[in-house]
Design a protein around this ligand. Structure first.
Ligand SMILES: Cc1cc2nc3c(=O)[nH]c(=O)nc-3n(C[C@H](O)[C@H](O)[C@H](O)COP(=O)(O)OP(=O)(O)OC[C@H]3O[C@@H](n4cnc5c(N)ncnc54)[C@H](O)[C@@H]3O)c2cc1C
Length: 467
């Protein structure tokens, strides 16, 4: 009897799953296993909200596997210990998994490979996480990695594509007597749900979300995606992060409209940042641009950071965005840019503090995307532009991307009755307007914690001195 193990990680789905297809090939029995790795659950990217999303995704996957005659095996512990043990128990000769890019994933796979090798068991890694099979193999003509997005995008468009695989109709039964622990509850893992109403995890929810987006909204993506509060983007990032949805399959389902092609370009950013972190793993902790490493004098003002985290900076668009994160464990891309610029440029706080807070709260928290984007907006990463180009004026951003105030009023209820003319700068409201709006500045809603124009000059000088 030939048994193969399918080691699941960030590929929690049944359709377009190359590792699953390879495991099924020639095997009489396939055992899908997920290891709850303490380094992931309790390491530096520990997150209650994202772990809850993961647990829901595992439950959904377990149902899908059971409907097809199989099941999910859950193990607690480091995979380099659990997998050889399970493989020996089952007399399995091969383990199949989907390749990943983060430094932790690469180190983990090396250790698992070595541990399995010692037991005479092979580890096979397959594509499946990105649109292009291997984003890090897309290289410039001189053979180096791309560090500017647009040329990468052109090469990415030309890179070969796999045909998406259909989900299997039936799967082999699990071997009898195999130990299968239940998918635990978040509390069992010593973690807390910190957000109020996050999206549900799993392939079923992912498919619902994808259908709703591809049905109609994708065609208006180009004009709507940047409007805060419009629902113009897909909301698919948490599902893509955990592989509840295949990025390649999603690409293959896109219509030919201009909006859909703009969406496809956005998917490319994900592959771009993946190849970047794979090629430059040191970016996980330090600035991609050498000249800025250890050179910027960052503020350590805890009070400012706390005000930013809690959405109490006195800048409505920043506060609405940060409260969206607290409520949903997700934030609109334009809002992420605005709050990223505000933290690093207006408050002068280290981008790594923002990166850490996002990784704690985001259900789509993804080391490659988060790190790449934080470095981008902090002007220390790839795709560089002069610093002033990435200092966003919160008042102007609000006027442009939340022109009718829908977003701000939704997440900052204290401002609900503030007249539109004052909504971006409520501190300019005369006393009697504050009274009429039921919003006294400094009492019901904070006065701005920083003056943007002054902070902008300070930021330019800080970067000038460092660089
Ligand atoms: C400071 C900052 C931190 C970020 N952290 C993360 C993160 O931890 N995880 C994450 O998935 N995205 C991150 N992003 C990128 C982006 O904000 C989200 O992917 C996007 O908001 C998700 O919403 P959506 O699915 O509706 O996106 P859509 O606009 O519908 O885009 C579709 C998909 O394309 C990908 N994508 C879109 N924009 C980007 C981008 N700029 N970089 C990389 N991929 C992109 C995502 O997978 C997204 O789901 C960050 C952006 C910034 C500015």
């Amino acid at each position: 009897m030939d048994t193969a193990i399918l080691w699941l990680r960030r590929d929690l789905r049944l359709s377009d799953h190359p590792a699953l297809a390879a495991a099924l090939e020639g095997a009489d029995s396939v055992v899908p296993v997920f290891c709850l790795d303490p380094r992931l659950l309790h390491g530096r990217h520990r997150s209650g909200p994202r772990t809850q999303f993961l647990l829901e995704s595992l439950q959904d996957l377990e149902r899908g596997l059971e409907q097809r005659g199989s099941g999910l095996v859950v193990r607690h512990g480091e995979p380099e210990r659990e997998l050889p043990r399970l493989a020996q128990e089952l007399r399995a000769a091969r383990v199949h998994a989907t390749a990943d890019v983060s430094p932790l994933a690469v180190r983990r796979d090396r250790d698992v490979h070595a541990a399995l090798d010692r037991a005479g068991i092979a580890l096979h890694l397959h594509p499946g996480l990105f649109v292009a099979d291997e984003p890090a193999a897309i290289l410039t003509q001189s053979g180096s990695a791309y560090t500017v997005f647009t040329p990468f995008y052109r090469a990415w468009l030309r890179a070969p594509r796999r045909s998406p695989l259909p989900p299997p109709e039936r799967l082999p039964e699990l071997p009898s007597g195999i130990r299968r622990e239940q998918v635990p509850r978040l509390e069992d893992l010593g973690l807390k749900q910190e957000v109020e109403r996050p999206a549900s995890g799993g392939q079923t929810a992912a498919e619902r979300c994808a259908k709703a987006f591809l049905g109609e909204r994708v065609n208006a993506y180009g004009s709507e995606r940047d409007i805060l509060g419009s629902g113009g983007s897909s909301g698919l990032s948490p599902y893509l992060h955990l592989g509840c949805l295949s990025a390649r399959e999603l690409e293959s389902r896109l219509p030919l409209s201009t909006g859909a092609q703009q969406f496809r370009r956005q998917l490319c950013w994900r592959d771009f940042y993946a190849q970047l972190l794979r090629t430059f793993p040191a970016n996980a902790r330090s600035e991609h641009q050498r000249r800025y490493r250890g050179a910027i004098r960052w503020s350590r003002a805890q009070g400012d950071f706390e005000a930013w985290c809690r959405g109490r900076t006195g800048y409505p668009v920043v506060d609405a965005a940060m409260r969206q994160l607290l409520q949903e464990g997700w934030m609109h891309n334009r809002a992420r840019l605005i709050v990223g610029s505000f933290l690093t440029k207006d408050l002068g706080i280290d981008w790594r503090w923002g990166e850490r807070w996002f990784m704690r709260m985001l259900i789509d928290g993804d080391e490659a995307n988060n790190n790449g984007n934080w470095q981008w907006i902090a002007s220390v990463g790839v795709d560089p532009q002069p610093v002033p180009r990435r200092i966003y004026n919160p008042t102007r951003q609000q006027a442009r991307f939340d022109p009718d105030g829908t977003f701000v009023r939704r997440y900052v209820p204290e401002l609900a009755q503030v007249p539109a003319a004052y909504l971006a700068e409520p501190w300019t409201m005369p006393e009697h307007v504050q009274t009429q709006a039921g919003c006294r500045i400094g009492h019901d809603y904070p006065a701005p914690i920083v003056d943007h124009a002054q902070a902008r000059r300070g930021a330019i000088e800080r970067y000038r001195q460092a660089g």
